[in-house]
Design a protein around this ligand. Structure first.
Ligand code: AMP
Length: 282
């Protein structure tokens, strides 16, 4: 695996591969890699000649300074893991390399997708995400880029950005990779205490039950039921649960048979914020 810290050197290297008609698959990450990230890399490897992974903890997408400071950084083990799965290129730039001295976001209009769910609770988050992903796309110029459905709103927003800015690449959404007990894999999981880790699978269990209930109950009834379930769990604090249209991400008002819905959840275990989602059947 070749490691680049400088965008110019990476661009020069990738240009030689592109001149040989090699396709580039790109997996942007913030590091602290786990099997979920590896599942994206595997899919990228199946469809591209060369796979580039980036590791960059993007400061502008954090609305909470403490969350940014405590974000796990495990570059050495990440590098070993990437080598073990035969990743071709790692791009690991410094903050300066990306932002120079001006650590601010661009402002984006994602046709309202940015105002739903995470957008309501994480101020400026999606402007930060848009800024870093657009910058990385300009550096790597991939043919395909891979994003997890774990961050479903982010995935839809990136697709919107590609459409609106007419970027020349395809966005591939990848399934949520879970621990055996159902907890969605996340870099933040390592920060959970033993007690919090034990109770955390309750989130996905509740999502699965909500999915069942949604087949014959209204979204409102299901939402109230979920809120009540979390009231019984003192170690978990529900931030939001919402059932929304997969395309617009707007909260459902009335079930319509031709629409696809998904349930979205954000929960605090102490100060650690966990998100998850599940596709629903009407
Ligand atoms: P992150 O490093 O958390 O920014 O994640 C980098 C990419 O990996 C994003 O596209 C995430 O949606 C994706 N990802 C993170 N966790 C999972 C997971 N458990 N399953 C699938 N994709 C994931």
């Amino acid at each position: 695996m070749i490691i680049f810290k400088e965008k110019h050197a990476l661009k020069v290297y990738l240009a030689t591969l592109k001149a040989q008609n090699k396709t580039i698959g790109f997996v942007p990450t913030m590091g602290a890699l786990h099997q979920g990230h590896l599942s994206l890399i595997k899919q990228a490897q199946q469809r591209n000649d060369v796979v580039v992974v980036s590791i960059f903890v993007n400061p502008t997408q954090f609305d909470n300074k403490e969350d940014l400071a405590k974000y796990p950084k495990t570059l050495e083990s990440d590098t070993k893991l990437l080598e073990s799965v035969a990743c071709d290129v790692l791009f690991h730039p410094s903050i300066e390399e990306i932002y120079h001295k001006n650590i601010v976001s661009e402002s984006f209009d994602f046709d309202g997708l940015e105002h739903q769910m995470e957008g309501k609770f994480r101020d400026g988050h999606f402007n930060g995400v848009g800024t870093i992903v657009k910058t990385l796309f300009e550096i790597v110029e991939p043919d395909n880029a891979y994003f997890g459905q774990k961050d479903f709103q982010q995935l839809q927003i990136i697709k919107k950005m590609v459409e609106k800015h007419q970027l020349n690449l395809k966005i591939k959404g990848c399934k949520i990779f879970r621990e055996k007990d159902g907890l969605a894999m996340s870099s933040r999981n390592v920060r959970l205490t033993k007690e919090q880790r034990e109770i955390a699978p309750f989130i996905y269990k509740t999502l699965k039950k909500a999915k069942k209930k949604f087949s014959d109950k209204s979204a409102d009834k299901v939402s109230k039921w979920v809120e009540n379930q979390f009231k019984k769990e003192p170690l978990l604090k529900l931030e939001y649960f919402t059932i929304a249209d997969e395309k617009t991400l707007e909260t459902i008002i009335k079930k319509e048979s031709d629409k696809k819905y998904r349930a979205f959840i954000a929960v605090f275990a102490g100060e650690i914020r966990l998100i998850d989602n599940i596709q629903l059947k009407n």
